[in-house]
Design a protein around this ligand. Structure first.
Ligand code: ARG
Ligand code: GLU
Length: 712
């Protein structure tokens, strides 16, 4: 009796928790039109994705391989987040001409700024190629299987006729149970057109990051350029603004709670189908380790960034990106605990096993594999985070790769040139003296947190932070790697060519550098003791995940499955909604400019506001952008299932008009990458009304508004 109720209870739970109204990132060729319409969508699926006629997909791009952007004018004007354009804006900034602080608005096409290396990708076709990619693979062992799949992918790509600006991406879906091919067109001449000052575009900065209520005008504007035939081309002054097949009309209608909305973009990575044991390990082991490392790095950087403007600009983009996932992991861990994710998954597992007893074995195998992997996974988490955040070690590691190739006789002039370019990119925003402190503290952490069996010989001497601070400062001061010492009379800052002019001597010097020696010791020990064990177990886990997901999909026929995010184009939909994340706390779905003024702290590094904006507010100079209540709407939340990579994604209304720009999720729901919970999970968007208000009233950039199609 009890058992029966349990099964029924979990059946019910499975059905409600995974009902499609909430959660899901769908491949645009396979969206649930019926449900979208039942939620209020007025357009057709073929208005969203169509390879025969212009459709919304022709206006959605992957922005610089990490964010999303959308085309909002017939002249290739592109909207994305401020934080997505951030490093470009930073790269045009100096202490004297600080576009981060002052904002930037081109007066005309000639005033737009070029961004070498920046790309924008359009997806022009999507095909299910599972049968091609999995051809002749049955009965193969895991290793053979992966090799065969790679061969099939290579063959498939070769079989496709492409222009030089096109490429084919073949991506695995459902943990390798399916494969899809994406045809992509890459544009390479992308220019900066406009950005508000960061006191608008990054208002609230790290304190407000991942937090609702939010008042960030997180947008920036670029333009896609093409050659005379409207095709992608390298930068050239002869290039012309790109004419898109479709661009998004922009709505300035008021947004109401429960309005239908969908988000179209490139979510990066989710893990919605993990077994409970995997979530347990994330909560207890790997997230806390990663958080701890970044905690220390961030505090150390912050001190100097606040004290010194040049350091602030130099480290701004890097700091924001380190802080971003640091804060996300904290929210995710809390959310997983609070939403009882492990218990919920266990209940779901019981339900699955009741449908197919074999799933019990799969789960037992998962338990065994994850438990075996745990110590290696923990070491991996500390190791990778320390190496990433102590940049002198990152640099030493790059030198290590270079020296290994050099000693294997694999370094030619071209390789030296590439390596120098790579280094210069890092040194530009690096401060050796500051990083010596980060390195000293992180090595103390690593030494104190690493189990004896994984600790390099002699590392016990790094247990003491204060002692490390002296030791590493001393080493750093005398190091070519840190850029603070010269070789051949030059440093990497004064003349990097000269540093590399005598390779044998450089190699000898670097190998004698105690920082280099510390890195190689750490790396060799990690590789010998943890790395291959970790990956071998991960391969087994991946193979089992494929089997588990296939079993899950047959056992749970009522659930509609979407493939985990993998940086491919997806549609997610839902309703505009507030939430009740805590006892007695209810969040309204919308913020207004009034709230930004409430948060305003003059001169603060996070909550300052531009004078002009305050004047507009005081004079209620709102033009056509105010809502029915006479206020400027600023941001809003909805139930769209989004993740990193969805930044800059268009939020569209029932008619396919742009109503907002996705830029974040709310703190209480950041566990949605692992366990989307309709109660807590909300995406955060900045409203088009606010964006247009800023462009129009704040920046006076009317020439841009004239290009757009505004729906009143
Ligand atoms: N949390 C948002 C995202 O994941 C915004 C990040 C940029 N802002 C920041 N303060 N770090 O990308
Ligand atoms: N800010 C994120 C991004 O850069 C989007 C927020 C999220 O992770 O949902 O993609």
């Amino acid at each position: 009796m009890l058992r029966k109720t349990l099964v029924i209870a979990s059946l019910f739970q499975a059905a409600t928790f995974f009902s499609q109204q909430y959660g899901g990132m769908w491949i645009p060729t396979e969206i649930n039109e019926k449900e979208m319409k039942s939620l209020g969508m007025k357009i057709e699926a073929k208005d969203i994705w169509n390879t025969e006629k212009p459709s919304i997909k022709d206006a959605v791009v992957q922005f610089n391989r990490g964010c999303t952007g959308e085309i909002i004018s017939p002249k290739g004007l592109l909207l994305t987040n401020h934080h997505c354009g951030y490093s470009a804006i930073q790269s045009h900034s100096t202490v004297e001409n600080d576009l981060l602080s002052n904002g930037f608005w081109a007066k005309n096409n000639q005033g737009e700024l070029t961004n070498p290396g920046m790309v924008v990708d359009f997806v022009t076709d999507i095909k299910d190629v599972t049968s091609e990619i999995l051809a002749n693979t049955s009965g193969l062992t895991d290793k053979e299987l992966n090799k065969k799949i790679e061969e099939n992918i290579a063959e498939y790509r070769k079989s496709q006729k492409l222009e030089n600006y096109q490429s084919i991406l073949v991506k695995s879906m459902f943990a390798g149970n399916k494969y899809y091919a994406f045809t992509v067109e890459t544009f390479k001449d992308i220019r900066l057109v406009g950005a508000p000052p960061q006191s608008i575009g990054k208002f609230g900065s790290d304190t407000d990051n991942w937090v609702w209520p939010r008042h960030t005008g997180d947008f920036s504007i670029f333009r896609v350029y093409a050659d005379k035939n409207n095709k992608p081309a390298e930068y050239s002054p002869e290039n012309v603004p790109f004419t898109p097949k479709h661009y998004l009309p922009i709505s300035v209608k008021d947004i109401k709670e429960n309005d239908f909305t969908f988000v179209f973009g490139f979510p990066g990575r989710t893990n919605e189908y993990l077994p409970s044991i995997a979530i347990e390990k994330i909560v207890t082991d790997t997230n806390p380790a990663r958080i701890e490392v970044r905690d220390i790095a961030l505090k150390t950087l912050d001190e100097k960034m606040r004290a010194d403007d040049a350091t602030r600009i130099k480290y701004a983009s890097k700091y924001a990106s380190v802080a971003n996932y640091w804060k996300k992991w904290i929210g995710e861990t809390k959310g997983l605990k609070k939403s009882n994710a492990v218990v919920k998954k266990q209940e779901y597992e019981t339900f699955l096993a009741s449908k197919n007893p074999e799933i019990k074995n799969t789960l037992a195998e998962f338990n065994s594999l994850y438990n075996q992997q745990a110590p290696y996974a923990l070491n991996n988490a500390y190791y990778t985070e320390v190496l990433r955040n102590a940049e002198t070690l990152t640099l030493a590691n790059l030198f290590n790769g270079f020296i290994n190739s050099y000693e294997a006789g694999k370094i030619d002039d071209r390789a030296v040139k590439n390596f120098k370019n790579r280094l210069s990119g890092i040194y530009k925003d690096y401060d050796g003296e500051l990083d010596a402190k980060v390195m000293a503290k992180l090595l103390a952490l690593y030494t104190n947190k690493t189990q004896a069996e994984f600790l390099p010989e002699g590392f016990n001497q790094y247990k003491d932070v204060n002692q490390n601070l002296q030791v590493f400062e001393n080493w750093s001061k005398n190091s070519v790697i840190s850029g603070r010492n010269s070789i051949n009379g030059a440093t990497v800052y004064t003349d990097i060519d000269k540093v590399f002019s005598n390779l044998p001597e450089l190699v000898k010097t670097i190998k004698a550098d105690p920082i280099y020696q510390t890195l190689t010791k750490m790396k060799e020990t990690y590789i010998a003791k943890a790395d291959s064990q970790y990956s071998t177990l991960q391969d087994k886990i991946d193979a089992l995940q494929k089997k588990y997901l296939a079993q899950m999909m047959t056992a749970d026929q009522d659930r509609k499955f979407f493939p985990d995010a993998n940086s491919t184009l997806r549609v997610t939909y839902g309703k505009v909604k507030g939430s009740t994340p805590q006892d007695a706390i209810t969040y309204h779905y919308e913020t207004t400019l009034d709230g930004a003024i409430e948060k305003y702290v003059p001169g603060d590094y996070e909550f300052d506001l531009p004078k002009k904006l305050i004047e507009l507010y005081n004079n209620k100079d709102y033009g056509t952008y105010k809502n029915a209540a006479g206020k400027i709407p600023l941001a809003f939340t909805a139930t769209n299932h989004t993740t990193g990579g969805n930044s800059g994604s268009p939020a569209l209304d029932a008619n396919g008009n742009l109503i907002g720009l996705n830029f974040d999720r709310q703190w209480e729901g950041t566990m949605s990458d692992i366990n989307y919970d309709p109660k807590f999970s909300r995406n955060i968007m900045v409203q088009t009304k606010y964006i247009l208000f800023i462009i129009d009233k704040f920046a006076n950039a009317k020439w841009l508004l004239d290009e757009m199609k505004i729906v009143k």
